[in-house]
Ligand binder design. Structure first.
Ligand code: ATP
Length: 276
């Protein structure tokens, strides 16, 4: 869903997640009216392997999916944008200004949060501690300990059909709950760019539906969601744009109107599409 703007004020609408976080003592990010992330000629080599080659694409508010077969370079693109790996060549610009992320912390400060494919939980820490892991920083208003549990609860209620026990060690909970905790950790920062790498893989259909609803609402409020998924039905439901990668190269970027399963399959794997 593309961003909506309040007609009277010209301000970008706020999402339900923004209202939950700021209404429970969380810090509202300072940001402009719009956000744009552009990567130009991004290339990543691992020795002989060309994981990503000369990739150029602009991300605007809405849900932008990166689709491709295993090994096509999706995670590499996301890791570069998250500051986890450095590109071998190419540039990244945020709102027209060149940035050179060296660490995930750099990217957090610029308003990007990532949910990685691996569910990264501190197993012995509580659910609340996990949601606020790495939250406090020099530029971010600290949130009182007593305000954390109500905020965590309200946030989880937006994306989980069932209550998650806030004081339980996160490592003792089912994988689906852990995935929702990791998602809440990204959302509590109110990123203007949210990167999701197969971030709903451990959820069942009903849980996924609730998360998708929250993500659609978040993107419609003027934020960028960069979404990686293998599931074509999810991609067709959620995407405002789809960039298809094949063997590290961008094959094409489709706008919502042009997205069909047949077209996606043909772009991802032309040979398989012929056999199908
Ligand atoms: N750290 C690394 N060292 C060496 N090669 C790597 C490394 N990370 C990725 N690659 C290689 O780069 C290519 C792209 O990998 P990447 O993980 O980006 O693909 P992907 O599309 O995300 O795949 P998947 O859907 O399996 O996660 C693959 O050939 C992969 O083996």
């Amino acid at each position: 869903m593309l961003a909506t703007t309040h007609p009277q004020s010209g301000m970008v609408a706020t999402s339900r997640i923004h209202r939950v976080v700021t209404g429970n003592g969380g810090a509202a990010p300072s940001r402009g009216d719009t956000v744009e992330l552009t990567v130009s000629h991004l290339t990543k080599r691992y020795g002989e392997t060309l994981a990503l080659s000369d990739a150029s694409v602009t991300f605007k508010p809405g849900i932008h999916t990166i689709l491709g077969e295993n090994g096509s370079g999706k995670s590499t693109m996301l890791k570069i944008l998250s500051g986890v790996v450095s590109p071998s060549e190419g540039t990244i610009a945020l709102n027209g200004r060149a940035i050179s992320p060296r660490t995930p912390h750099d990217m957090h400060e610029l308003g990007l949060s990532t949910v990685f494919q691996e569910v990264l939980i501190a197993p012995h820490r509580t659910v609340v501690e996990n949601i606020f892991l790495g939250y406090d920083g020099p530029l971010r208003r600290r949130i009182e300990k007593s305000a954390r549990a109500p905020l965590a609860q309200a946030l989880l209620a937006e994306i989980s059909r069932f209550p998650i026990p806030l004081s339980a060690p996160a490592g003792e909970l089912p994988l689906a709950s852990q995935q929702l905790i990791v998602l809440a950790r990204a959302l509590v920062r109110l990123p203007s760019i949210l990167l999701l790498d197969e971030a709903t893989a451990a959820l069942d259909y009903a849980d996924r539906d609730l998360v998708f609803d929250a993500i659609e609402n978040y993107a419609a409020a003027g934020n960028i969601v960069i979404f990686i998924s293998h599931r074509l039905e999810e991609v067709r439901r959620l995407s405002d744009r789809v960039t298809v990668l094949r063997s590290g190269h961008i094959v094409e970027t489709l706008e919502r109107d042009g997205i069909t399963a047949e077209r996606l399959l043909k772009l991802m794997a032309p040979e398989a599409a012929i056999h199908a």
